[in-house]
Design a protein around this ligand. Structure first.
Ligand code: CP
Length: 310
């Protein structure tokens, strides 16, 4: 089987079969990653550049590890230490890198739509590793993989997405994916951090009551407050945000039911999530990070078009 798309720019462009194919392939790669020798030769004649115009810990290391586990050759580009800092354009930068016989571009950029722009101008396949406030498709895929691994299903699962919905590419990619896969979604946060008309646009439920959402859901995906993307104050203070919307252990103690706590990272401890919850028994946050490698191996492998050859 093959993906229906050449690029992985967003979950919006994938169909349900694409998502199922990536998740099932990731399951096979997760099994490979449990072996003493964690490397396979699948991409041994492929060269991949990781083009990061915005900071990252998890996504960048996860992609690099996935590429190396697949035996690809890997180039790493950091904008702040490159000629981009001297004013070189994105397109000039990428065309110069591609002239060195690079096959695939993994790209993070603070501008929404930057990978979509690039896809119109270069021949190589592009994987979006997060573009501004638009999409973070591999995060949504690893979130779905982790939900399925923990609960046994995605269809019919009740997922609460809590926090800064307005500025979160993780929220948008998760909403697209979970809707396509038949999950139920409630978004929760201050009214100023939830886009208007979200219910009508994406078919999700909106509430401003965190405890009610926790009582309803099977899985709570808690998001980072993205102060760097807020040009003006959208709530009174971080302390008051934590009081009204932060997830605390005492809120989980009241539930009298199982719940799974997720967070894409990095966590603002004591703001959207208290440490005893982040590090507690309901949390699968580090499982998400672990699963990211297998999911990115699957996406890269399938995009490189090798699925029919092995
Ligand atoms: N989840 C995520 O995208 O984390 P990084 O910004 O560290 O890559």
């Amino acid at each position: 089987m093959k993906l229906s798309t050449k690029h992985l720019l967003g979950i919006k462009d994938l169909n349900k079969e694409d998502i199922q194919l990536i998740l099932s392939t990731a399951g096979q790669f997760k099994e490979v990653l449990q072996r003493p020798v964690k490397k396979v030769p699948s991409l041994r004649d492929i060269t991949i550049v990781n083009l990061f115009y915005e900071n990252s810990t998890r996504t960048r290391m996860s992609f690099e590890l996935a590429e190396r586990r697949l035996s690809a050759d890997v180039l790493n580009f950091t904008a702040s230490s490159s000629s981009a800092a001297k004013g070189e354009t994105l397109l000039d930068t990428v065309n110069n890198i591609l002239s060195m016989k690079v096959d695939l571009v993994v790209m993070r950029h603070s501008a929404s739509g930057a990978p979509h722009f690039l896809a119109k101008h270069i021949p190589a396949a592009i994987v979006n590793a997060g573009d501004g406030i638009n999409e973070h498709p591999t995060q949504a895929l690893l979130d779905a993989f982790s939900m399925q691994e923990k609960t046994g299903r995605i269809e019919g699962l009740k997922v609460a997405i809590i926090g800064d919905i307005m500025h979160s590419r993780v929220a948008l990619s998760n909403m697209y994916l979970l809707k396509k896969m038949g999950a139920e979604i409630t978004v929760v946060g201050p009214p100023t951090l939830i886009p208007k008309y979200l219910e009508e646009a994406l078919g999700v439920r909106v509430t401003y009551n965190v405890q009610e959402a926790l009582q309803w859901c099977d899985v709570a995906n808690v998001l980072r407050i993205q102060l760097e993307r807020q040009n003006q104050p959208l709530f009174s203070s971080l302390r008051e945000y934590n009081l009204a919307y932060g997830i605390k252990q005492k809120m989980l103690d009241k539930l009298n039911k199982e719940i799974v706590i997720m967070h894409p990272g990095p966590i603002n401890r004591g703001v959207e999530l208290d440490s005893d919850v982040a590090d507690g028994p309901h949390s699968i946050i580090l499982n998400q990070v672990e699963n990211g490698v297998a999911v990115r191996m699957a996406a890269l492998y399938l995009l490189a078009g090798r699925s029919d050859e092995n």
